[in-house]
Design a protein around this ligand. Structure first.
Ligand SMILES: C[S@@+](CC[C@H](N)C(=O)[O-])C[C@H]1O[C@@H](n2cnc3c(N)ncnc32)[C@H](O)[C@@H]1O
Length: 198
């Protein structure tokens, strides 16, 4: 099954355990504690838009992008219910250029790790770098291969796989072991990876 059909089916059936109804606390902590100054931001694989909308509520000018038409429809519905300005675009980031570049901040939660091969990881990293200004930041939440594979569960990456893909384009500022924010008692272990565009 093609990647977009896979995710479209998951959204259609409501099989979306990653969709927790709020911005991931790893993102909230990074933005508030570092802090990351409000700027043009891109949320890649934004799903139904909670992290995008949270960033927009903090005065970032946000574009959320996702492969899934259904996810983008839901994200737009959420945006239309409130007064927060946030653009949502249906696109495959592996093969798309997104308007409004350069961005100062890129976020992805579970998108980079869902790609199929080292070549795709590298192409994704290169496209993130293309969309960022020099010195811009990419914060990626990536399921960790140091935890056992779950069934069902997200694809997991090792530090070596992450570094191989991103280092040509990014300096890794921090790579911390943690957990994806979750509504379940057993959250998925992840790498919280903060990168600086070279
Ligand atoms: C695990 S989900 C996470 C969704 C969202 N970030 C969240 O935290 O709720 C991964 C998302 O990435 C999207 N995705 C996967 N590959 C993509 C690609 N090449 N371009 C854009 N979105 C993609 C999927 O459609 C899905 O919504």
């Amino acid at each position: 099954m093609a990647k977009n059909e896979h995710f479209e089916e998951r959204y259609a059936k409501g099989q979306i355990p990653w969709d927790i109804g709020r911005a991931d606390r790893n993102l909230v902590e990074l933005v508030e504690k570092r802090p990351v100054v409000a700027c043009r931001a891109l949320d890649i694989g934004c799903g139904t838009g909670d992290s995008s909308l949270w960033l927009a509520s903090k005065n970032f000018q946000v574009t959320g992008v996702d492969l899934s038409w259904l996810a983008i429809e839901k994200a737009r519905e959420k945006a239309n219910k409130g007064t927060i300005d946030c653009a949502f675009i249906e696109a495959d980031f592996l093969v798309s250029r997104i308007d409004n570049r350069p961005f100062g901040f890129v976020f992805d939660r579970g998108c980079f790790h869902s790609l199929n091969s080292g070549e795709e990881h590298r192409a994704f990293a290169e496209n993130v770098a293309f969309h960022l200004e020099k010195g811009g930041l990419w914060f990626s939440l990536i399921a960790s291969a140091d935890a056992p594979q779950r069934d069902p569960g997200p694809p997991r990456l090792s530090v070596c796989q992450i570094a191989t893909a991103v280092e040509p384009f990014f300096e890794i500022l921090s790579l911390a072991s943690g957990h994806l924010d979750s509504n379940r008692p057993d959250p998925v272990r992840c790498w919280a990876c903060l990168m600086l565009r070279r």
